[in-house]
Design a protein around this ligand. Sequence first.
Ligand code: HEC
Length: 321
Amino acid sequence: MKKPRVGSFLSVVLTLVVVYALVKWGIPALSREVTTLPFPLPVPGTLMFFYMVLTIVALFLFVTFSDEGLNDFLRPVKKFLRGGYTKSLRAVVLTAIPALIGWQVYEITVPKMEVPSSLRIQHPSSNFPKSFEAKKNPIANPTEADVDAFIEQAKANEVDFIPQVRDDVENWAEEVDPDHVLELFPTAAMQKLLAQLQSGDVDKDTARAALLEKNLFEGRALYAMNCRACHGDSVAGDGPMADGFKLRPINFTDNGTIETIVEGYTFWRVANGGPGLPAEATPWDSAMPEWKLSLTEAQRWQIILAEYDLAQKTPRIPESH
Ligand code: HEC
């Protein structure tokens, strides 16, 4: 006895339904398992379109592969159109198809009243610790002891650079062969300090200005190593990796960014990155790394000093001042 088999027409319809359901609900459900995020990742409309078109093409090839196949597929359709099934079924199907099409056309064309989508909060601060509000950049405001230590280092021509730039400074000094390592930095403040070192009469303000130059140099180097790929050479958020992110890296030269926040906030944002953002910052996931994991506090402050300097911006002054 022949096994009762599902007709070709019915299997085409079933395949379409199953593929649709898999892409629409199956993949998002699976994505939730894989990513362990608290929400499923939806399949974009265009991808859905591709899947369905591919399925239809495959089914078309399958059905039209032989005359029997095609006849098998068309048999129920012809039977239906010739009145082979009950009258009521015919009436239902022949009304449902135009009604469905009409409904879809109406859905697409009717003007919609929608709640405007809420804008992402650029500087979400609900979990920003208040104690950071008045934090000042210790690198931009060195203590007397820092300045004195720098003067001693400069006098001994043994300026201590951060490990990340030490080799480069050494190679550079070998090439140029200066009398004093600070000659490598031909800025006004450094020149003045060097002149004072020669005359033996160093004043603290000059040394402080020169120390700031050294910190800026190191900060820029750290910026180039860690932040440039996303935020760009020009700090305009246009680094080589920037186009890869839906939520673009911030353009620091833009007026609405680091200029409108206090330094303490910038410090906190750099330390905690995207993972530290509160719920208001969603649904765009930020790719900004959590820098407290790979940079020391001093390094982060140095970068922030360089970041504001490169962007030619000054941080907002805390309210309490
Ligand atoms: C992988 C790319 C990437 C790298 C590398 C990166 N950032 Fe970001 N950064 C972003 C993105 C994306 C944003 C914007 C989204 C957001 O607000 O988190 C951002 C935002 C910021 C903000 C917030 C600005 C504001 O106005 O709130 C600061 C500050 C910042 N980055 C500093 C840095 C510093 C400093 C470094 C290097 C130590 C760095 N970033 C490295 C991607 C990156």
